[in-house]
Design a protein around this ligand. Sequence first.
Ligand code: 7RM
Length: 631
Amino acid sequence: MERNISNFDEYKKEYAKSISNPEQFWEEKAANFTWKKKWDKVLSWDFTKPEIKWFEGGELNITENCLDRHLEKRGEQTAIKWIANKPNEQSRNLSYKELHSEVCEFANVLKNNGAKKGDRICLYMPMVPELAIAVLACARIGAIHSVVFAGFSAKSLSDRINDATCNILITADGGFRGAKITPLKDISDEAMKSTPSIEKCIVLERTKSRISMQSGRDIWWKEEIKKVNADCPIEIMDAEDPLFILYTSGSTGKPKGIQHSTAGYMIYTEYSFRNVFQYNEGDIYWCTADIGWITGHSYIVYGPLLAGATTMMFEGVPSYPNAGRFWKIVEENKVNIFYTAPTAIRALEAKGLDFVKPYDLSSLKVLGTVGEPINEDAWHWYDKEIGNGNCPIVDTWWQTETGGIMISNLAGVTPSKPTFATLPLPGIQPCLVDEKGEEIKGNSVEGRLCMKFPWPSMARTIYGDHKRFKETYFSTFKNKYFTGDGALRDENGMYRITGRVDDVLIVSGHNLGTAEIESAMDEHENVCETAIVGFPHPIKGNGVYAYVICHNTPKNEDALKKEINDLVTKNVGPIAKADKIQFVSGLPKTRSGKIMRRILRKIAEGDTQNLGDTSTLLDPAVVEEIKSSAQ
Ligand code: 7RM
């Protein structure tokens, strides 16, 4: 394992070097990997097209770097430590040697079923080791994986399969999630009614649910595995060959197939994993995300395995069988590094300390968060109750499109500051721009967050729609990648992400950031969480509509509304006061914790019938409640 950055000075030196000579900087990182052929050119780029190429001419296979490369030194070390949904089900450890051989076997299954380099293969699977195995098997034979999160509906699944014209679907009979079973094969059957490109559907047995198998098309994983051996040489890939597609929701209904390439993604996920989490030999690392999201791709599978780490994978949910599940798993597995989302932290905080106190969390050294801005209250709870005040918290800002962590403190090495993602990783050149696209220099400023220089793991295109890729990310501001987020830079140059800037409201001609109003309201001691949207207003153009979750049921709703609006007046200005405040018990969220404002906007507009696609919702019941109490 390479040496990690170990103090603030070293970070500063490393950062300075990465800016003054990016090509030399990344070339040195690239030299730590196994290549079949060395690259000709480190970087060529043109944001106007956009076209970005890293390590052109180089040849490699990412699975050789995740697996084969480690066999000699750490063949017996646990690569994946898998924890089942049911607390009493035996967990499973796969050593690097075992993982290598299972990946090779399944890669041969794929080949036997006609899979070739460049094919798109869709994975719709529960969080079992076979999901990681299938991902790596695709990469081994040069097929492009498209993992679709197992909570998506049949329609979402078929849309994604059709967008990428996948020829193989890998699924399971069902998936365990808390007390429920997700009927993955039934949903796949429904989806496959309208996916003409699918030739084969490989089915893993997990829940032993009764399912139907269509002969000629549907085949069992366990039967296919009997026909192969574990000898599967790597497919040699160009550095810029696509590695995977991952769909992310866009502002229009149609999801975007974010496409990543091989070498740059490999180098950056490994580098960022080691340095952000300060992973050391022997550490047990646990990221609670699902592999269906970018966080799972980069920081359960690729980053950790590239670094030769032991990565944990959890099939279940934080609340099953009770809100102590995470902490019980931490205790039982002596987890050293724990990475989760603010939404999970808040949900567990709300359940109270009775679910935390029984467990010994002293193995923890580093905590991390990702997915949305973490509010101050949750940050302190995480720090005190989970970290016992002595685990650095890394607040990692990044996106599906960035492939890896972009702005974050390095655990215990660079300074942290509650609610701040802090400083860019080496190689990352963020900047803030105003509405006109002028760069805002200096400190203590606020603006739109852009990147002015390419980094190795950035997305290369939207599958099948390069025009949309250009329009979405490279057209708003000339010669810059636009993240869609707003941020402020404090007096020390540290970044705080304030939220999506597409969530801007124009009220009586004033631009208001929804995030700004939300954080003002969040200051109230009885306010747990808020979501602001606009609604058509005859005079102001847009009115401000606030959905508010309280800690305790308000005794006097009108008095509380006034107190909340007083805080808005004080922090933002009277113009931003909410015209309507609706108290709710939950907000419509995606499983990765992002508020689905589109739905809230519809309800605020009084249109409760046409909410659009709600299949990505974590808990549809929340929407029903909000609809019935809407004003
Ligand atoms: C990794 C992931 C990306 C969007 C991003 C932000 C928000 C993510 C943070 C954050 C504040 C953070 N990919 N976001 N991390 N906001 N602080 N640490 O979440 O494609 O699903 O979402 O998530 O708005 O643009 S994603």
